[in-house]
Design a binder for this molecule. Structure first.
Ligand SMILES: C[S@@+](CC[C@H](N)C(=O)[O-])C[C@H]1O[C@@H](n2cnc3c(N)ncnc32)[C@H](O)[C@@H]1O
Length: 483
């Protein structure tokens, strides 16, 4: 189509807050010269990009996992009459080549589900396009045309007619298929804390991971971030304090798996996805005392630091820091683990990033925070790192984690004093209290159950009796199935 080109970017409905930082990062990665206005409201599932080339929106689609697809907009309207009037006006401008090419229609709606029959009816309302389009080919068309109806974002108040209707040419899908490719269900080695594939890819996009870059995850666990970084061509290195995790010697996390297979490992995962050439290695190390030389520089540092919930925040204690009962001059020092305060960990992470990132390199990390302590000023800051974006994910138990993306802007600088952050230590101020509250509630409920059971003359089982009972029941069920 001649004239100014406009593209419609339609997003999937999940991780709404992550869309904008992802697309902004990809625009930077591909050096695309376009301003993307922040969508309002943030939940609006589509944006319109102007002043970009088709090749540029294809680049965005080649990496984005928030995006469903991109289409070149040919026409639009806010009522059916206006929409069809506009499409008809456009018909003389449609390139003659489309008459000689095959096509199919794709009907998309937002906030209203429509059945196949209604989809076909929508397509039939555009039969007048027959004179400018070629023949239909549903399997292998030269072109796909998109008909999109938008019914607003209020799912409790869906309008009868769409608020906006768009018609255009489909350009490309986003990369949502990548989740299946690296799905945790089929991944060789996973653990309790393995990162969700969609989020790990989002993080690699925010970290601008690309061909021949060097990416580091200082809390790599089972190596999910290494997979995501390598998917986009970065060489990857990981570190973790936990020898057992790094060597796949922890208890299996899959429900039906009793022991780990001998060949489970981070390397085996890389081989599973044919990324072994980009896997440099992983090593055991304590972030509080990391063993890296100062001149080692990374393009990105991407990580999910420990929260102290599923895995403890620990660091290896120095000889001077050990318990006073063992403090004699001649005592042999066995390294022990001590608590690693959340605030200190993040300060260390920012200092480490300033030291080990290249200029313009990015640190992407999760920051956990109880909802009651959340505010926009809480995030750790460093004068040599620009905080580019913050995207919040609600977790269970009145807790959120925020994905923070920083960019290194100077070789040196200082941590910015942040009283809000100093006042909150996730583990100290919340979880210890939260755990205590939970334990008390559980105890109260247990007592109540005991009393109820006694009243009804039922004998309650203890833990061992309960386990035996469940196992017996399972065996009986399995035998039933076999017979
Ligand atoms: C949230 S998990 C990361 C999970 C990882 N992204 C994955 O996909 O498996 C945090 C990791 O930090 C590690 N860790 C805790 N304290 C550490 C320290 N002081 N230095 C390095 N790693 C540490 C834990 O062993 C754990 O594997």
């Amino acid at each position: 189509m001649a004239g100014i080109k406009k593209y419609l970017l339609l997003f999937a409905q999940d991780f709404v807050e992550f869309r904008y930082p992802e697309i902004e990062s990809l625009i930077k990665l591909f050096k695309i010269n376009v301003e993307v206005p922040k969508p309002t409201p943030i939940e609006r599932p589509y944006w319109i990009l102007e002043n970009v080339e088709e090749s540029e929106v294809r680049q965005i689609a080649s990496r984005s996992v928030s995006l469903k697809f991109v289409a070149e907009i040919w026409s639009s309207g806010t009522s059916y009459d206006e929409f069809h009037g506009n499409v008809k006006k456009l018909m003389p401008l449609i390139d003659k080549k489309y008459k000689n090419e095959s096509f199919k229609f794709m009907v998309e709606t937002y906030n209203k589900h429509i059945k196949l029959k209604q989809r076909i009816e929508k397509i039939e309302t555009m039969n007048y396009l027959d004179s400018v389009l070629g023949t239909i080919d549903l399997k292998n068309p030269d072109n796909t045309f998109v008909y999109f109806e938008y019914y607003g974002i209020d799912d409790l108040n869906v309008p009868v007619h769409p608020e906006h209707i768009y018609f255009g040419r489909y350009i490309a899908d986003g990369q949502r298929d990548l989740f299946n490719k690296i799905s945790l269900k089929t991944r060789k080695f996973i653990g309790n804390t393995s990162m969700d594939p969609q989020l790990s890819i989002l993080m690699a996009n925010q970290g601008l991971c690309s061909q021949n870059d060097l990416m580091f995850d200082p809390f790599c666990g089972t190596g999910s971030m290494l997979i995501a970084g390598a998917l986009f061509g970065s060489y990857v290195i990981g570190m973790d304090i936990d020898y057992l995790t790094l060597h796949a010697k922890t208890k299996p996390s899959r429900a039906l798996q009793k022991v780990r297979a001998a060949d489970e490992s981070i390397r085996a995962n890389m081989e599973q996805y044919n990324l072994q050439n980009l896997y440099l290695d992983v090593f055991v190390g304590d972030f509080a005392n990391y063993p890296l030389k100062g001149n080692l520089k990374f393009d990105s540092i991407i990580c999910d630091p420990p929260y102290g919930v599923r895995e403890g925040l620990l660091k290896v204690e120095k000889k001077e820091g050990r318990k006073f009962t063992a403090m004699t001059e001649d005592a042999v020092h066995y390294p022990s683990l001590s608590d690693y305060k959340m605030t200190n960990l993040f300060h260390d992470l920012l200092n480490f990033s300033v030291k080990h990132l290249k200029i313009d390199g990015r640190l992407v990390c999760w920051f956990p925070i109880p909802d009651k302590f959340y505010d926009d000023t809480i995030f750790p800051q460093h004068s040599a790192l620009k905080l580019i974006s913050t995207s919040r994910q609600q977790l269970i138990g009145d807790t959120s984690r925020i994905l923070l993306t920083y960019e290194k802007i100077a070789e040196t600088g200082e941590l910015v004093k942040n009283d809000a952050l100093e006042n909150v230590d996730f583990r100290m101020k919340y979880f210890t209290q939260y755990d205590k509250e939970r334990k008390e509630t559980r105890h109260k409920n247990h007592q109540k159950n005991l009393e109820e059971a006694e009243k009804r003359g039922i004998k309650l089982m203890n833990k061992t009796e309960w386990k035996k009972y469940v196992n017996k029941k399972r065996q009986a069920e399995a035998m039933d199935k076999d017979s």
